[in-house]
Design a protein around this ligand. Structure first.
Ligand code: ADP
Ligand code: MG
Length: 349
């Protein structure tokens, strides 16, 4: 049985490096005028005319950032692109190109890389980005993926972490804590599977949070929404490391303090119910869980009527003078200092 399966797999050696690159990248179309030269030369050539160029890069390492025992390669490809696009959107920019670099051991057959690139292609199509280059090399152990995302924006459109003023409103997109709770569910099922390989996990009740972990969606739509509402954030950051650490980054870069209201933090009902099941505090999960890839931004109070009632956006607090500090205002109205790693310090409070 097993041997038969192995025979259907194509070893990477049989293709050679260039054959492999050609094979993986042949079906990627070029859509942007700014892509003058994509794959096939020593470097890509891009032309953004009078726009500014936005660049961001991330490195994902097997066993550190992803676990292939429950992460399908197609999802991994998709997620690796999303993680990067999220940073471009957090600058209020449009994503236009990506490069993809991979290091793989010969434990991976061609079919595995095809699956990875299927996810990359899906993400590139959904977010209209051109694949313009990358690098392919071997690894002794696990898989590494590094993606660079490139984008464009008019100078006056770019939103930095540093522009918030005291008394701006703090706003988040979507809801928080889902990716972390999805991770908890997947880790639990992995342990169950180790003990009983015949067990069939029923992930249906957790589909929302499992999807938040395995198939996150970078918020291109929020950048478009803000434009259509004529809202210009004063500062913005993507929430990849948890709400508390990102708020603190934003406050530090903008020289402001903040009050974040616990009862305003947007949580999906599945996050609340799974937190009860796992005996975790949903506020802590939202503050420190991470990997939600939502956007956190500040707006002038005058802009509030433009976002009021929008189901994609939640006002979670406001900025203050820097010397007032950064606080969580709890449900029972106590003022708790925000720390980047909420777990221990909050447990004590
Ligand atoms: P170099 O010798 O300069 O590293 P390569 O032979 O590795 O060039 O790459 C040839 C072309 O294929 C280049 O345009 C490069 O950007 C692209 N490329 C290489 N690996 C990948 C990959 N994994 N995904 C996408 N493009 C790639
Ligand atoms: Mg190369």
């Amino acid at each position: 049985m097993l041997e038969e399966k192995n025979q259907e797999k194509t070893s990477l050696e049989s293709l050679g490096e260039f054959g492999l690159i050609d094979h993986l990248t042949k079906d990627f179309p070029i859509n942007h005028e700014s892509t003058i030269k994509g794959i096939g030369d020593d470097a890509a050539v891009l032309d953004f005319k009078d726009k500014k160029t936005i660049v961001s890069t991330d490195l994902l390492v097997e066993g550190v950032h992803f676990d292939l025992s429950y992460m399908p390669l197609k999802h991994l490809g998709y997620k690796a692109v999303m993680v990067n696009l999220s940073d471009i959107y957090a600058m209020n920019a449009k994503a236009t190109q990506i490069t993809v670099s991979i290091a793989v051991s010969n434990r991976f057959p061609l079919e595995a890389l095809e699956e990875l690139y299927e996810g990359i292609a899906l993400a590139a199509k959904a977010h209209k980005v051109d694949l313009v280059g990358g690098d392919t090399t071997s690894s002794r152990t696990g898989m590494l993926i590094s993606i660079t995302a490139i984008g464009e924006a008019k100078s006056e459109e770019i939103v930095y972490r540093s522009g918030a003023k005291p008394n701006d409103l703090l706003v988040v997109s979507g809801d928080l804590g889902g990716a972390y709770m999805g991770f908890q569910v997947l880790e639990r099922e992995k342990e169950v599977f180790k003990v009983n390989p015949n067990s069939q996990p029923d992930l249906e009740p957790y589909s929302y949070i499992v999807e938040r972990q395995l198939k996150p969606e970078a918020r291109q739509d929020i950048v478009a929404l803000l434009k259509s509402l004529d809202v210009h954030p004063t500062s913005m950051i993507d929430i990849s490391d948890g709400l508390s650490s990102e708020i603190l980054h934003l406050c530090k870069n903008s020289n402001v303090g903040c009050n974040l209201y616990e009862d305003k933090i947007p949580l999906d009902p599945t996050v609340i119910s799974s937190c009860e099941e796992f005996k975790l505090d949903s506020t802590l999960v939202a503050l420190s869980g991470g990997e939600d890839y939502e956007l956190l931004f500040t707006i002038d109070q005058k802009e509030f009527p433009k976002i009021k009632g929008n189901p994609n956006l939640t006002v979670v607090g406001h900025t203050t003078d820097m010397n007032e500090g950064a606080f969580l205002i709890s449900r029972n109205n106590s003022k708790i200092p925000l720390t980047a790693q909420g777990w221990n310090s909050f447990a004590k409070a």
